[in-house]
Design a protein around this ligand. Structure first.
Ligand SMILES: *Cc1c(COP(=O)(O)O)cnc(C)c1O
Length: 430
């Protein structure tokens, strides 16, 4: 029948039973979705205010090539980011290839031989292990004589303030805090919690600098880590702040002193922020940023929906269905390699691109276990687009994120459940 959503979902591969189970879960989520929309409205205003205050005009969309001297569009984009994050400066570049690169630039620019880096809230994201030298790697910070110390979270997930106090000493130069849980099964930190941790660290050592890995956290709350004392806040443009339209890039927002050093590290001492052609990518970076609060809201709705679909079926979810959100990641513990494969197959088959492909586990550079990934994205590797991935190791958790629209996220999650049901790996209630 024309206009019948259930029939359309059936055509897309979602059975009436799975569809009905999803609709029942959705009925309970109206208030949560209302809160998400309110945050998006606030952040849309923040983005728009910064674009207006920096007098963005069509002239700023022009492509530059070569050295990229006097690139007004690049400079205004960076001022707009600084306005949104309330920082003195920002470095926003397609030449920053990914989130790991942004973080590596921030770390290596602000740590010198003999300095120590402290992670006060447990292990950093997998790919940073090689950047820091926790896993030996050529050109790691360790190879350049930067030492590293880590204080794990307490068993109840809280900060180990005593441990942190005694880990901070004369050589401690920089502290790195990761907002999102990454591939760990711990809660992501709220901006409030990050602020408390920063205040504590700076009370122990007032001149210590703090970097926050903000990947997947942008626009999830009304404030960013830079609003609560972070000296640098960094992330990837193929996650939240690129709004799905940025084809590549990364950002570092922070104090002028820290960001200037990042620019020298990214290009070359003496050149810094003055070079770096925009290669015609600015319209996508601007438009993506403009859409980012709404896109992030769609992804958040998807994450909340997934938790409220899977948790009642007996799959532990981090965060839980009722818990507050501090990033767009939803971890679902599926308990087996087979269930991870089925989940990812569902996400993949709901994609606009490469919907016919079957995801297989694969060794990935930067990760120490095989990783399975589902993504049929317009921008390769973009994880603000609907995607799911996870290392094949206990507790066999799949990390689900993104969706350029809530409707696509919804379909993807329903498809994942459909594939689990077809494989006999889940029993839906009657
Ligand atoms: C995605 C991510 C990174 C960086 O990953 P890239 O794939 O290099 O962009 C770092 N930290 C966290 C928490 C992330 O989610």
């Amino acid at each position: 029948m024309d206009g019948d959503l259930s029939a359309l979902y059936a055509r897309l591969g979602v059975s009436p039973r799975v569809y009905a189970y999803g609709e029942a879960a959705l009925e309970r989520l109206a208030d949560r979705f209302g809160e998400i929309d309110a945050v998006a409205e606030y952040n849309q205003g923040k983005v728009l205010a910064s674009m207006r205050e920096n007098r963005l005009s069509a002239a700023h969309f022009a492509a530059t090539t070569g050295y990229g001297y006097d690139d007004a569009g690049r400079e205004v984009l960076e001022r707009i980011y600084a306005g949104i994050f309330h920082t003195e400066a920002a470095l926003v570049r397609p030449q920053i290839t990914c989130g790991t690169h942004a973080l590596a630039v921030a770390l290596s620019a602000n740590l010198l031989p003999g300095d120590e880096l402290l992670s006060p809230a447990g292990a950093p994201y997998d790919t940073l292990e090689e950047v820091i030298g926790i896993r030996e790697s050529p050109c790691s910070l360790a190879e350049y004589g930067v030492s590293y110390r880590q204080v794990d979270l307490l068993p109840d997930g809280s900060f180990d303030y005593d441990g942190i106090r005694s880990a901070i000493h004369g050589k401690t130069k920089l502290i790195t805090i990761q907002r999102s849980k990454g591939y760990a099964v711990r809660p992501s930190f709220s901006v409030e919690q990050i602020g408390e941790l920063i205040r504590f660290c700076k009370s122990v050592k007032p001149d210590v600098k703090v970097l926050v890995d903000n990947c997947y956290g942008e626009f999830v709350e009304r404030r960013e880590p830079s609003d609560v004392g972070a000296d640098m806040t960094a992330g990837s443009l193929i996650k939240n702040p690129g709004g799905g339209l940025a084809p590549a890039g990364g950002y570092i927002c922070g104090t002028r002193a820290c960001v200037e050093r990042c620019a020298y590290r990214l290009s070359a001492p003496g050149l810094g922020q003055e070079v770096g052609a925009n290669l015609g990518l600015l319209p996508a970076l601007y438009q993506g940023l403009f859409l980012a609060p709404a896109v992030t809201a769609g992804a958040l709705k998807g994450a909340v929906f997934a938790a409220n679909l899977y948790e009642p079926l007996g799959f532990p979810c981090v965060p839980g269905g009722e818990e507050p959100r501090h990033d767009i990641i939803q971890a679902v513990e599926l308990g087996s390699r087979e269930a991870m494969s089925a989940f990812c197959l569902g996400i993949q088959s709901a994609a606009p691109v490469d919907s016919f492909v079957t995801p297989e586990p694969w060794p990935m550079p930067g990760y120490d276990a095989e990783v399975i990934m589902a993504a049929g994205a317009f921008v390769q590797g973009s994880s603000i687009e609907l995607s799911a991935d996870g290392p094949i190791r206990p507790p066999y958790a799949v990390y689900f994120q993104g969706g350029l629209t809530w409707y696509h996220a919804k379909l993807g999650i329903l498809m994942s459940l459909q594939k689990l049901a077809e494989a006999g790996l889940v029993t839906l209630p009657e």
